[in-house]
Design a protein around this ligand. Sequence first.
Ligand SMILES: Nc1nc2c(c(=O)[nH]1)N[C@H]1C(S)=C(S)[C@@H](COP(=O)(O)OP(=O)(O)OC[C@H]3O[C@@H](n4cnc5c(=O)[nH]c(N)nc54)[C@H](O)[C@@H]3O)O[C@H]1N2
Ligand SMILES: Nc1nc2c(c(=O)[nH]1)N[C@H]1C(S)=C(S)[C@@H](COP(=O)(O)OP(=O)(O)OC[C@H]3O[C@@H](n4cnc5c(=O)[nH]c(N)nc54)[C@H](O)[C@@H]3O)O[C@H]1N2
Ligand code: SF4
Ligand SMILES: [Mo]
Length: 703
Amino acid sequence: MNVTPLLTNPSAIQVRGACPHDCPDTCALLTTVQDGVAIKVQGNPDHAHTNGVLCTKVSRYTERSYHAERILQPLKRVGAKGAGQFEPVSWDAALSDIAARLQAIAARDPQAILPYSYAGTMGLVQGESMAARFFNKLGASLLERTICAAAGGEGLVHTLGGKLGMRVEFFAQAKLILIWGSNSIASNLHFWRYANEAKRLGAKLICIDPRKTETADKCHKHIALLPGTDGALALGLMHELIQHDWLDHDYLERYTLGWDKLRERALQWPPERVAAVCGITPEQVQNLARDYGACVSQSATDAAGVTPPSAAIRMNYGLQRVHGGGNAVRLIASLPALIGAWRQRSGGVLLSSSGTFPVQKAALQRPDLLAGRTPRTLNMATIGNDLLRPASPEFGPAVAALLVYNSNPVAIAPESTKVVQGFAREDLFTVVLEHFQTDTADYADYILPATTQLEHWDVHSSYGHTDVLLNRPAIAPLGQAKPNTQIFRELAKRMGFEEACFQDDDEALCRQAFGDKVDFDVLLNQGFASLLTPEAPFAQGNFPTPSGKCEFFSERLARQGQDGLPDHLPNHEAVNTSATYPLAMISPPARNFLNSSFVNVKSLRDIEGEPLLEMHPQDAALRGITNGDTVRVFNDRGIHCCHARVTERARVGVVNGLGIWWRKLGLDGTNVNQLTSQKLTDMGRGPTFYDCLVEVQLTSAKE
Ligand SMILES: Nc1nc2c(c(=O)[nH]1)N[C@H]1C(S)=C(S)[C@@H](COP(=O)(O)OP(=O)(O)OC[C@H]3O[C@@H](n4cnc5c(=O)[nH]c(N)nc54)[C@H](O)[C@@H]3O)O[C@H]1N2
Ligand SMILES: Nc1nc2c(c(=O)[nH]1)N[C@H]1C(S)=C(S)[C@@H](COP(=O)(O)OP(=O)(O)OC[C@H]3O[C@@H](n4cnc5c(=O)[nH]c(N)nc54)[C@H](O)[C@@H]3O)O[C@H]1N2
Ligand code: SF4
Ligand SMILES: [Mo]
């Protein structure tokens, strides 16, 4: 059945969809449509994880889709680069000109063309399907999509064997939950529902986060460690587990690799050393270990048939945006094996479930269109540097054309000064597919109007649960907007790409995404389909690593010249290492934005207020700053002005700049990324947004 008529309003229908946003929850949507207009977006009550509830952002989805500032026709630049002045142009004129420009560049070297995209939509079809085919056929530079999860993803792969972990629903049955580097209430609301249920059933919740978040408020304990010190804390926990013999020796022996080596390393991390590195007390380390150690299991049930309490860890990507992020994830992902937590379905760890999905990537992206060519790969985390690099034998051609879709790099990429300089290059040809005139779109030569999730087909995996979701269009495209797929199809035609795969329509692409691995009829009829996954995936080992074990020691990493054993790596810019920049700045998500999306939706922006820097009263007093004052936050990379919020949500020595505001909405036309660096993580070549030292000065006191 395609759509469901509504009992309370017979002239309206409800269309099943999926939330497209970069959020672990991937909710099932029900859009109510009357006379071709979407009047309401709700959570689908039939989908267990969504449970009929959406976050505030997406329950206001119609406000975003029908926003007065939606771009609804192709626009061509008329003013200076970055001035944001455009005039309407026909699709035909825009696409013909873009194709001609790309052909001219490709004739010299197609690698001078670079796609730039991320997870503005997480849809497999409006993400990398037709777009990837287009760039593969062209032979354009490849993009390493590292901006979010690269370090942690690698950490998981080298420890557990994939982006896999506990099933989210079983957190509800855990007796101890560590919420580690995650502000779940803001960024993973539907996980929080399960955690809250566990809490009602008597579980203890502990939040490990430099910031006192709304999630920390609701946990029994909060450990406000310094950013980038999670690896040390995990080693300290191991130290205590060993000292007190809170270990599942049987699990360690059967199902892990490298325990002797890890044990030796952990024994170098007594609580006092950990406390000094993490900026917490030795007792906090000891108490955390006692809580975790209380869940040790010798086997799933003891001799008397009693099931031991289970310990579950919800990590999120917040803790891996630092130099040692990959190693920290390796250490934390190792913890459940020490106490045998994996033996129960309500024990273990979850960072991402995305590796569960049998996505048919080659069918969608068609790497065969490269026809033997191996274009260079550029890292999206260093777009600032790469746009400014001249041609050289090592680098290849300078980037001459950039096609941006599903991303807002001028706002979200680190070290904005460089990014902006790069985008401002007069000789760079930039095309941006967008809903809105973002900071990035301001620098476009052409802005092409893209459809929103209400207007196109898509199919979704998830990184927070294990269901596949189908998104049907609820309404026709607004104005002249087209799906990303259609834009690339039409560009392909103008470039003379004749392969049949450029004809596939969006429904066909949706079918190809999982091929015969998921029953498409179930998706069509129900809107979602659950993957069959084991309840306790590693109860008997079966880790998809080369050894089949939980790899404390990784031969693969050792062969790459890395330490095969995880360790704590200090931040590139660690606290107490610079007299000039004594404060660490982190810039985690704001609850009512999704990265830089929704910042232009007024009702949501009104809740967030304005760009603010949270400072601990002690740090503020030292600098003569009071609540509401205008401050300059600065380091060698730049200056960002905003208002100070003096609050104990910030710990001493750490300031928090929440959310990724649009630069043009900031006090001085900048956001926090003016300060972040392009230095990379230990694994996965990811960015280090939360590894950033700054100083703060009063510019003007509040009137
Ligand atoms: N409302 C909302 N939801 C979102 C997003 C959003 O912007 N807004 N973003 C989405 C995206 S892109 C992602 S990747 C996911 C996950 O996104 P994450 O960035 O993991 O977001 P959070 O779950 O908020 O977790 C970040 C938490 O980590 C803390 N943190 C920062 N540095 C450290 C550290 O060194 N150690 C520890 N232990 N904690 C640290 C921060 O204070 C913050 O509370 O969430 C998604 N969900
Ligand atoms: N300082 C700091 N910087 C960060 C982070 C941080 O915590 N702190 N977080 C990082 C993380 S985790 C991530 S994931 C990145 C996120 O960075 P991005 O993936 O760039 O995410 P957004 O900022 O939400 O921008 C997505 C854009 O895609 C557009 N879009 C949405 N759907 C479609 C569509 O169907 N078609 C087209 N053409 N466009 C569409 C939206 O309008 C929006 O402007 O930011 C990173 N940057
Ligand atoms: S942003 Fe996350 S919580 Fe909100 S509707 Fe989408 S998937 Fe659900
Ligand atoms: Mo992300």
